[in-house]
Ligand binder design. Structure first.
Ligand SMILES: Nc1ncnc2c1ncn2[C@@H]1O[C@H](COP(=O)(O)OP(=O)(O)OP(=O)(O)O)[C@@H](O)[C@H]1O
Length: 253
């Protein structure tokens, strides 16, 4: 008999909406949390995403496409639970390994070593497990000479290397990858992609944001096309790419 409980890696997004202020850096203040949650955007606010619904089964690999500023990163942050929707519900079964806005996840003044322990620890790895994996994590990133360097002194490509290397070691069932890998050099990116292939074979659920068709087609079977804060199309990835290109590709460009 099928289990009544959703399997790890399942994601259910039900009519979510999120609004932002145009003129302030932060989202909501503590005080705002207790204020009236009006369904209308107040002056100076706008809905970055509204009425978005979809379900993801464990092991699905989903490519998210759309022009700049259409809500792709916001959607990943909602799945990662670092943001909450103002409307609707989002249910995520199991932990999420996020390779998004990586510099936000790592602490600038800590060494690479301490950041590895911190991030892996926050995702449930014990100290003993991290001890055992540490050398491999550093080797994969190819930054052995920099293990005790403060994270802030790494180049942007080196930051991506160590972040990917840690995230790829986590046992979380859901993997989120935005365009950060574009910062890595070609050889390292290919190494990361092979690792993502392995993780998909292992049954991970993937959300992959990219403007690169080849990369989207490599990993994803299904696509979500976000446009003006709406989910314009949820379909096989090739269909989603074709529709996006038909809408926005400048002929001959
Ligand atoms: N913390 C925030 N405060 C205010 N506005 C925000 C915040 N985060 C995102 N936005 C706004 O929400 C909209 C969607 O942004 P998002 O980063 O999700 O777009 P995107 O599709 O990932 O874009 P890109 O392709 O450029 O990365 C944009 O208008 C952006 O300015």
């Amino acid at each position: 008999m099928a289990s009544p409980y959703p399997a790890e890696g399942t994601i259910r997004v039900d009519d979510i909406g999120i609004r932002f202020k145009r003129n302030r850096s932060g989202r909501r203040s503590f005080k705002d949390l207790f204020a009236d949650r009006s369904r209308r955007a107040k002056p100076g606010e706008f809905w970055a995403m509204r009425h978005v619904s979809f379900e993801v089964a464990p092991g699905e690999a989903i490519g998210v496409v759309g022009r700049n500023g259409q809500g792709k990163s916001t959607l990943l942050k909602l799945v990662a639970r670092v943001m909450l929707p103002d409307e609707g519900r989002i249910e995520v079964e199991g932990g999420v390994a996020p390779l998004i806005e990586i510099t936000g996840g790592f602490v600038n003044d800590l060494s690479v070593r301490d950041n590895v322990y911190l991030t892996a620890g926050l995702h449930g790895m014990s100290k003993r497990e991290i001890d055992a994996a540490f050398d491999e994590i550093i080797d994969f990133a190819e930054i052995a000479d920099f293990a005790d360097t403060p994270y802030k002194h790494l180049s942007s490509g080196m930051k991506v290397r160590i972040a990917f290397s840690v995230i790829a070691r986590l046992e979380e069932p859901i993997l989120l990858v935005d365009e950060v890998l574009a910062v890595g050099d070609k050889a390292f990116r290919e190494k990361c992609y092979r690792r993502i292939d392995e993780m998909l074979v292992g049954g991970r659920t993937l959300f992959f944001v990219s403007h690169n068709e080849k990369d989207l087609l490599r990993f994803c079977r299904r696509g979500l096309y976000l446009d003006r804060g709406e989910l314009k199309l949820d379909a096989p990835i090739q269909e989603v790419i074709d529709r996006y290109n038909a809408d926005y590709l400048v002929k001959g460009a």
